[in-house]
Ligand binder design. Structure first.
Ligand SMILES: Cc1cc2nc3c(=O)[nH]c(=O)nc-3n(C[C@H](O)[C@H](O)[C@H](O)COP(=O)(O)OP(=O)(O)OC[C@H]3O[C@@H](n4cnc5c(N)ncnc54)[C@H](O)[C@@H]3O)c2cc1C
Length: 415
């Protein structure tokens, strides 16, 4: 891999940018691999990367039915935080957040991590109690957060209205090292690093079947021919149930459309991320000046990547109440992604009932922030066949046994 650097930039500037190579090649699938990962979203690519980096497994293919990063990874609102309540969640999200801090250097690719601070507004007494409790849990877990009062909220976000008629701002859970990153760049950076290790990233290659022999995986059928493997990672977010059905087991996952929208660009007016979970909306400002706005999931299961109109109205109405200054902004674009929701709102990183098959899903509305930590934990699981400490509690069998990791407050609405 040719390193990106200021010297490379200068050299290419002098020769009209004719010397840049492709960041990753258009690989054709080979007949067999040591490990196959289905889904070239952030989680699949990060899994492949850490399989190579941490475990030396490099004969790996990542199969993607569309284009790399075209699923939820390229559709999310990029919020990164780790202020979760349960210890297992705080550990994996904080691992991810801390890996984000140096990911650009690690991958030699600017992922534009911007630790500008994330606040989750408390707009009911119930939320005040909940976020105070989370701040205390975070202190014990070593995650730097604090509960701040309305004056501090106003000082950090001057455009906010703290005395709204329905839901005044009573305080917020504040994580100063939370923030955002450029979603495509995260996928592209991992893909480039995987390709540099000799891995094949095969786009336009849908997995259509999973071959199981004597209770263990033997390979996959794809639109570009069969591929043999004894180690298969399913990392397909909203399509996890579809892939699980191909292997003959069921997952406790519901697929729902979650949507987001962006406004026309305006001058810098808000330099932190604000989430208002009671009124169901959240917002940050992109480097281009657009207000990036996220809403809720559709109230019914579906695979449409559009989202219902009434949600847009609901989200914008709520945000206008808390940010009246934005009421005349025009919205530019709206889109949706299929998110994979579990009952306890925590992810699954697990062995499957079929030998050699591993599942990573259930990140729901909030998996972008987890990509590096999830890839790290999934690679460990796939390499050793046993979960490491980060994934130990996230197996899929917890739903059968009642070992829930309840994050409905931290992740039910918030992202
Ligand atoms: C509108 C929206 C806003 C969000 N906001 C945030 C946020 O602010 N912060 C946050 O942390 N998270 C957020 N999320 C959630 C986050 O985007 C996801 O949890 C995360 O991107 C999931 O990544 P992934 O790699 O698991 O899935 P994806 O990126 O969806 O990748 C899965 C890939 O699998 C491929 N695939 C599916 N079936 C097959 C098949 N049969 N064969 C081959 N390939 C297949 C798909 O094409 C897809 O590319 C948001 C999601 C949405 C939709």
């Amino acid at each position: 891999m040719r390193r990106y650097s200021v010297f490379a930039l200068a050299r290419e500037a002098l020769r009209g940018h004719t010397g840049w190579g492709r960041a990753w090649g258009a690989a054709a699938p080979r007949a067999a691999y040591d490990a196959v990962i289905v889904g070239a979203g952030g989680h699949g690519l990060a899994t492949a990367y850490y399989l190579g980096r941490n475990h030396g497994i490099r004969n790996v293919a990542v199969l993607e039915k569309g284009w790399l990063g075209g699923g939820n990874t390229g559709r999310n609102t990029t919020i990164i935080r780790s202020n979760y309540l349960q210890d297992a969640s705080a550990a994996i999200y904080e691992k991810a957040r801390s890996l984000y801090e140096t990911l650009s250097q690690e991958l030699n690719f600017n992922v534009m991590f911007s630790p500008r601070g994330v606040m989750m507004l408390a707009q009911t007494e119930h939320e005040v109690k909940g976020y105070r409790r989370t701040a205390m849990a975070n202190a014990l877990q070593g995650v730097a957060t604090e509960f701040i009062g309305p004056d501090r909220v106003k000082a950090l976000v001057p455009i906010i209205r703290i005395d709204g008629p329905r839901y005044p701002v009573l305080g917020a859970l504040w994580q100063p090292r939370g923030g955002t990153a450029r979603h495509d760049a995260v996928a592209w950076g991992y893909a480039r690093a995987c390709a540099a290790m000799g891995m094949d990233i095969v786009e336009n290659c849908a997995v259509t079947g999973i071959r199981v022999e004597n209770g263990a995986v033997a390979g996959v059928e794809t639109t570009r021919g069969p591929i043999a493997t004894r180690r298969l990672g399913l990392v397909v977010a909203g399509h996890s149930s579809v892939l699980a059905a191909m292997a003959g087991f069921r997952l406790p996952i519901e697929s729902l459309c979650l949507q987001a929208l962006v406004s026309e660009p305006v001058k810098p007016c808000m330099d932190v991320v604000v989430m208002a979970n009671t009124v169901h909306g959240y917002m940050s400002q992109s480097d281009k000046g657009e207000m990036v706005i996220g809403g809720g999931t559709d109230g019914f299961n579906n695979y449409s990547q559009r989202g219902s109109w009434h949600h847009i109205e609901e989200t914008l109405r709520a945000l206008c109440e808390t940010f009246p200054v934005l009421s005349r902004l025009k919205m530019l674009r709206q889109w949706g992604g299929i998110v994979d929701m579990t009952g306890d709102r925590s992810p699954i990183i697990s062995r499957a009932p079929v030998g050699g098959v591993f599942v990573n899903c259930g990140w729901g509305t909030g998996g972008f922030k987890a990509i590096p930590g999830s890839g790290w934990a999934m690679a460990e699981l796939m390499a050793r066949g046993e979960p490491g400490p980060l994934a130990a509690e996230f197996d899929m069998f917890r739903f059968r046994e009642g070992r829930f990791i309840d994050e409905s407050v931290a992740a039910g609405v918030a992202h």
